[in-house]
Design a protein around this ligand. Structure first.
Ligand SMILES: NC(=O)c1ccc[n+]([C@@H]2O[C@H](COP(=O)([O-])OP(=O)(O)OC[C@H]3O[C@@H](n4cnc5c(N)ncnc54)[C@H](O)[C@@H]3O)[C@@H](O)[C@H]2O)c1
Ligand SMILES: C[C@@H](O)[C@H](N)C(=O)O
Length: 399
């Protein structure tokens, strides 16, 4: 549960004395008008300025510096790639990675990593203060399938964890990027080319928590001026990092099984169409959105790249691996994830993201499938090589 600490009360009351709380307004335009000047003066895509204290009566100066970014849930499917990209842009020490799991030696070598349980407000606040954080990318969450198995924990991590971050963003004037998902839509949402603004009645615990967060973020943006940004990601495909327990995980698992075993038992029906995206596109879109210099007209945007069914994906894989086979569940006994997938859109209209911050994907079905197969094949080859070099008989033979 998020808590209001002494320091947060002090920080917010001091700010209220300096800067009266703005009257709530209902339109994005009013938010933009209020923040236009401040944002234009302070934020650029790569650097922003900090004021230098004017102790010696010399004219005050501003020093451009990179933002310091905290990424929560950074060891998940999406986090490590984003951390890598942000560190490339801003320098290793300006990006603090965090999670509740142990990081690999390789990851630890790339920059700061701290333990951060998003359900613990004081722990998060300490990190924000100690590291003088400016922006947060909040990736900690339980995904759809895991959440459906453990709704109580999903409510805590997805709602309370997010609320902690949102409150910290208000108190410490942070920019907060926290993704939503196609799971925030529901069975009554129009299925094809689903727009940003439409019927949203999700019936999964994951979707309910994510829609709640969209609305809370929008509320904090309007009421308290928090620079909250969010995009509804589709299912993300990646070869280097494993998916964390979602309904779209089949679209990653299928490649590993195709290469290692030549066969995949799919848990979704062959005609389940879902929006998907390759990881590097997701990172690109996230960075473009996160770094956009001025507040955008919408708080939450659909982000899309490609839509396909398991059968269409399997057919594309077969073009490279002609002997690959796939089987689907008995329609009379569907997997529990089928109902989740059936409640989501088949394709998204992301024209607003394309127009407002220039979003454009690089990967469609064909080049994504080729890249996934190449990368996973390379991993399998490397594993085989490692097994052989560890094998004492191989070592003796080599000697
Ligand atoms: N991967 C996708 O296909 C996809 C699609 C749409 C939206 N998203 C969203 O993107 C974000 C990142 O997703 P992901 O795929 O990397 O998820 P993931 O499950 O792979 O990673 C989530 C991370 O959160 C961490 N975590 C769990 N409980 C925590 C806690 N109490 N405190 C701190 N960290 C905790 C986990 O250890 C894990 O490393 C999530 O918000 C997710 O809803 C992902
Ligand atoms: C779509 C998404 O949010 C995630 N990949 C899930 O299936 O849960």
């Amino acid at each position: 549960m998020f808590r209001t600490t002494t320091s947060s009360v002090l920080a917010s009351s001091t700010r209220m004395l300096r800067q009266p709380l703005m009257a709530p307004s209902t339109s994005a335009t009013s938010f933009m008008a209020r923040y236009k000047n401040a944002a234009a003066a302070s934020a650029t895509t790569r650097m922003f300025s900090i004021s230098t204290a004017n102790n010696n009566k010399s004219p005050s100066t501003t020093t451009p510096r990179h933002p310091r970014v905290l990424v929560t849930g950074s060891l998940g499917q999406l986090g490590s790639g984003l951390v890598k990209e942000l560190r490339r842009m801003y320098g290793n020490d300006n990006v603090v990675a965090s999670d509740i799991r142990k990081a690999s030696d390789e990851f630890m070598a790339t920059g700061p990593f701290v333990y951060a349980d998003v359900m613990n407000y004081s722990m998060l606040e300490r990190i924000v203060v100690d590291w003088r954080i400016d922006w947060v990318v909040h990736y900690s969450a339980l995904l759809s399938a895991v959440a459906e198995k453990n709704p109580t924990l999903a409510l805590s991590v997805n709602i309370n964890g997010f609320q902690n971050m949102l409150e910290l963003a208000k108190v410490h004037r942070l920019r907060l990027y926290s993704p939503s998902t196609i799971g925030a839509f529901g069975p009554s949402t129009p299925k094809d080319n689903t727009p940003d603004l439409t019927i949203m009645r999700p019936n999964t615990i994951y979707g309910i928590t994510k829609l709640h967060n969209e609305l809370m973020g929008e509320y904090y943006r309007e009421k308290f001026g928090v620079d909250f940004r969010s995009a509804r990601y589709p299912g993300i495909l990646s070869a280097d990092t494993a998916p964390g327990g979602g309904t779209t995980d089949y679209a990653v698992d299928i490649f590993h099984h195709a290469i290692r075993h030549g066969h995949y038992d799919c848990f979704l029906s062959k005609d389940t169409r879902l929006p998907m995206m390759y990881l590097s596109d997701c990172i690109k879109g996230t960075v473009e959105h996160l770094t956009y210099p001025t507040p955008l007209p919408q708080t939450v945007y659909n982000l899309a790249a490609v839509s396909f069914t398991p059968e269409e994906l399997a057919n594309e894989i077969k073009k490279h691996l002609p002997n690959f086979t796939i089987s689907y569940p008995d329609p009379a006994r569907p997997d529990f994830r089928q109902a989740i997938a059936d409640s989501w859109p088949g394709s998204l209209d992301d024209s607003k993201a394309r127009k407002d911050f220039g979003w454009k994907e690089e990967y469609g079905l064909e080049n994504m499938v080729k890249l996934m197969l190449d990368k996973i094949q390379a991993q399998v080859n490397a594993e085989k090589k490692a097994v052989h070099s560890d094998d004492p008989s191989t070592a003796t033979m080599a000697a």
